[in-house]
Design a protein around this ligand. Structure first.
Ligand SMILES: C[S@@+](CC[C@H](N)C(=O)[O-])C[C@H]1O[C@@H](n2cnc3c(N)ncnc32)[C@H](O)[C@@H]1O
Length: 322
């Protein structure tokens, strides 16, 4: 890395964690596989395709809101450091930056190493006066990260777009929100993107686009297991399945076995019945009251809301509650 204004920190989990998690997930009932393993370079490319799919309104609406934010008032006498969770690509940060005065530093955090470091290098080259510090890590590793050391003399703005908060389990949400609160402390800010509840016939196609980007993304975990862990999954024997769970106001995504079959991995045999699902991911949809409740539970309060005309999506600026 030759840019003077670029630092990279690599805390990426080892392959052993990948194998251990996959064996644990496939041994459970019901079976599951963490979506974080969909994100290698190929998977991040499929995620980009999802973002460009006409049915995937989330990116389109959130970027339109970002483009029209106007000045974001962050009272502080220090320069601002934007920490982005899930910031493998800086597209949303590049849109946010013009609306904030005195941004000195950008710290994207993401598990997808090659995409993250490649994109951070381009951003650093495009903005020689911006300090870029890219952190390759699993969210689970962030509690022990020396944030104060990196953010010294700066006011943090924690940017968590993409409604990724809605993909986390209750337990993971609590753990991550605690980390977010610790990063921003009493004087920092958080900008959170949340997908709002809307008619289900708008939501479901976003996760089951006609062009098949969502399916390719979801199936990528099987390709990675075969390639990196020596498994023998036959992707063509699984289909991408999307259901809306009305009770929980969330999309539930599975990979469903089309046939009865055995899959082998690292000395284990996993049997699948015809129609059996592997749980992949959920995506919760929020009302304002849900967001207020979630953030209040972690000592944060909304300062400013931005939405689109149809109220499909919200960006919420938060700070520590007094
Ligand atoms: C749903 S995408 C959102 C991407 C982008 N921020 C957006 O707003 O569209 C989630 C991003 O988080 C990263 N990611 C997924 N699981 C992660 C984890 N456990 N730890 C760190 N990064 C993760 C992925 O590589 C991906 O870039």
């Amino acid at each position: 890395m030759s840019n003077k204004n670029l630092k990279t920190v690599d805390l990426v989990p080892k392959a052993a964690d990948f194998l251990g998690d996959v064996v644990k997930g496939l041994s459970a009932a019901p079976k599951s596989l963490s979506p974080k393993y969909c994100y290698d370079e190929v998977g991040s490319g499929f995620f980009d395709e999802i973002c460009r799919a006409p049915e995937y309104y989330l990116t389109r609406v959130e970027t339109a809101i970002l483009d029209q934010l106007g000045t974001v008032n962050l009272p502080s006498n220090q320069p601002i450091a934007v920490v982005e969770l899930g910031g493998a690509t800086s597209d949303k940060f590049r849109r946010l930056m013009p609306h904030i005065a005195n941004v000195k530093m950008y710290m994207p955090v993401d598990i997808s190493r090659d995409v993250l470091f490649g994109d951070a290098a381009k951003l650093a080259a495009d903005h020689p006066n911006l300090e870029v510090a890219a952190v390759c890590a699993d969210y689970q590793q962030l509690a022990k990260f020396p944030w104060q050391e990196h953010l010294k003399g700066k006011t943090p703005l924690l940017f968590f777009p993409g409604s990724t908060i809605g993909n986390l389990s209750e337990e993971d949400t609590t753990a991550l929100m605690r980390i977010c609160k610790a990063i921003i402390g009493d004087s920092g800010f958080m900008l959170l993107g949340c997908d709002l509840m809307k008619p289900v016939d708008v939501i479901v196609p976003a996760y089951s686009d006609a062009g098949g980007a969502n399916a390719r993304f979801n199936l990528n975990v099987l390709r990675r297991i075969n390639l990196e862990l020596g498994g023998d999954f036959k992707s063509e024997n699984f289909r991408h399945d999307v259901q809306f769970n009305h009770e929980k106001k969330q999309i539930d995504i599975h990979l469903v076995s089309k046939v009865a079959q055995d899959v082998h991995l690292a000395g284990h045999t996993f049997h699948f019945k015809e129609g059996e699902g592997i749980y992949a991911e959920s995506s919760r949809k929020f009302d304002r009251a849900d967001i207020e409740k979630l953030t209040a539970a972690h000592g944060l309060k909304p300062v400013t809301w931005w939405t689109d005309p149809k109220e499909y999506y919200a960006l919420v600026l938060l700070k520590a509650a007094p």
